[in-house]
Write a protein that binds this ligand. Structure first.
Ligand code: PBG
Length: 325
């Protein structure tokens, strides 16, 4: 009670504030999402994501080495597959010489200590741009799960440290865990996108991979953004099925969910600070309406304060450079 407690005593100067600071952002909080395309010496900026590129393998490998030097310990990989390799089975997803498999091998060769987490979902490989196999206009669950298991095993064979299913099919974590065990990959982990919402914040990502759904939307598998309890159910279920890390996605508009999930599970919680969140900060900063670096650090710190143990963010490199200063 005032004046016994004058709360401002703990805010008097920089030193005092540093002493009582509760949340401190570090470079090892980050994972960096990367877009990979075919070809050589290619680096194309995504128009809706200034500073983020789709790169060919050679330049990706070089970039990963640089990220490692900055203190970033993990990369999340997404590939842009050419249209002629897309179908409704997703079979290119488990081609042992596919772009993702080549990328995993090349990155682990060049920077073995970097934790490599390929995305597991069919949308980049689907003619329909959906995360599953389509039958009569429906996304069918169990056949999709079988495909995701094959995909995960092929990522493990290529040398992935973790696989990261982002599809939201039911039962896929358990099926993937079982597949990895049976194929002698007991140490390959699973980071599941456990509470992934059907959000309008993914637009720039879909531009980057040219993976927008060809019909309908993703609301029969991704979660309704009106729901909170369901996120806890999803996260608990994924942990039970064998997820080593569970993810909440998106971040900034879902920090209540991050806290709920953090309180409910006993595994690390990751948060995906998604493409649309990145684009909004970039756009406002470009207009001179906000201070880019300050807003970036505030948002990332807020995600950590909400309960994130790990943050997948397009800001990772810029934030690492700033934090290393
Ligand atoms: C699809 C996938 C998406 C993202 C990651 N994996 C898009 C979607 O669900 O349509 C979005 C990430 C971002 O917006 O940064 N499996």
């Amino acid at each position: 009670m005032y004046p016994i407690h004058r709360n401002r005593r703990l805010r008097t100067n920089d030193s005092m504030r540093a002493l009582v600071r509760e949340t401190i952002l570090t470079t090892s909080d980050f994972m960096f999402p990367m877009f990979i395309c075919e070809g050589e010496n290619i680096q194309i900026e995504i128009p809706s994501m200034p500073g983020i590129y789709r790169r060919s393998l050679d330049l990706t490998v070089r970039e990963v080495a640089e990220l490692w030097k900055l203190g970033i310990k993990a990369v999340n990989l997404y590939v842009k597959v050419s249209d002629n390799l897309k179908d409704n089975t997703g079979k290119e997803a488990w081609n042992k010489d596919g772009l993702m498999q080549q990328a995993i091998r090349a990155i682990k060769d060049a920077t073995p200590e970097m934790i490599v987490m390929p995305d597991v979902a069919l949308d980049p490989y689907s003619i329909y741009g959906h995360d599953g196999i389509v039958e009569n206009g429906q996304i069918i669950n169990d056949a999709t799960v079988d495909a995701l298991v094959r995909m995960s095993i092929s990522h493990a064979e290529a040398g992935a440290d973790f696989v990261a299913p982002s599809d939201m099919m039911d039962g896929r974590v358990w099926a993937i865990r079982k597949g990895l065990e049976e194929n002698n990959f007991p140490n390959v982990g699973i980071m599941s996108y456990a509470a992934k919402y059907a959000s309008s914040h993914y637009g720039p990502f879909r531009d980057a991979l040219d993976s927008a759904p060809g019909f309908g939307d993703k609301k029969t598998y991704q979660m309704d953004f009106c729901n909170r309890t369901e996120a806890i159910k999803e996260a608990l279920q994924d942990v039970e099925e064998g997820a080593d890390i569970v993810m909440v996605k998106p971040g900034i508009a879902y920090l209540d969910i991050v806290r709920e999930v953090r309180n409910a599970v006993h595994v690390p919680v990751a948060v995906y600070n998604v493409s649309g969140e990145y684009a909004m900060v970039k756009a406002a900063a470009e207009k001179g309406w906000i201070d880019h670096d300050k807003v970036m650090i505030e948002q990332l710190t807020s995600i950590k304060r909400a309960g994130a143990d790990l943050i997948s963010t397009y800001f990772a490199k810029e934030a690492a450079i700033l934090l290393n200063k």
